[in-house]
Design a binder for this molecule. Structure first.
Ligand SMILES: [Zn+2]
Length: 162
């Protein structure tokens, strides 16, 4: 297991580097990320959230298999948008509605270096978009209006003082 990096750490707002090499180090990172995510009851986790600035994220959603996305590229998003309440392991206790495309098509590699293309909708699409944002240093508070962002951050500041 690894420690989850909490908002305020620069790694969360940096653009992560592409993975250049597949192998045991990457596989260990992925299995650690699954452990960490399970422990914290998350459904998605990006490598920068465990302090590793690499383009990797994992998902574990009920009713779906566990998935690894290495060097993902979002190649299509649907014009339809949906609004749904999101949380983020890097903002413990903070939840608010975020509007995102309802469906997504993504190309990536698994932890063994096998390329795949996946079309996802509903919760999986949302988690893919949320986690992919982490790889570009973008956080869910950056996906709401400046007014709502300020309100969410004030609320979060109160939460972490408690
Ligand atoms: Zn997050």
């Amino acid at each position: 297991m690894r420690d989850v990096v909490i908002y305020g750490d620069a790694v969360l707002e940096a653009k992560a580097e592409p993975v250049a090499q597949f192998g045991p180090e990457l596989e260990l990172l992925c299995s650690d990320m699954f452990e960490t995510m399970k422990h914290d009851r998350g459904i998605g986790l990006a490598a920068p959230q465990v302090g590793v600035s690499s383009r990797v994220f994992v998902t574990d959603i009920e009713g779906d298999c566990k998935r690894v996305f290495v060097n993902p590229e979002i190649i299509m998003t649907s014009p339809e948008q949906t609004e749904y309440e999101e949380g983020c392991l890097s903002f413990p206790g903070l939840y608010f509605n975020v509007t995102r495309p309802a469906a997504v098509k993504v190309q990536a590699f698994d932890e063994k270096g096998k390329a795949f293309t996946l079309e996802a909708n509903d919760l999986l699409a949302r988690v893919i978009l949320h986690e992919n944002d982490h790889l570009d240093g973008k956080l869910f508070i950056d996906r709401i209006s400046p007014f709502k962002r300020e309100r969410a951050l004030k609320h979060y500041a109160r939460l972490i003082r408690m």
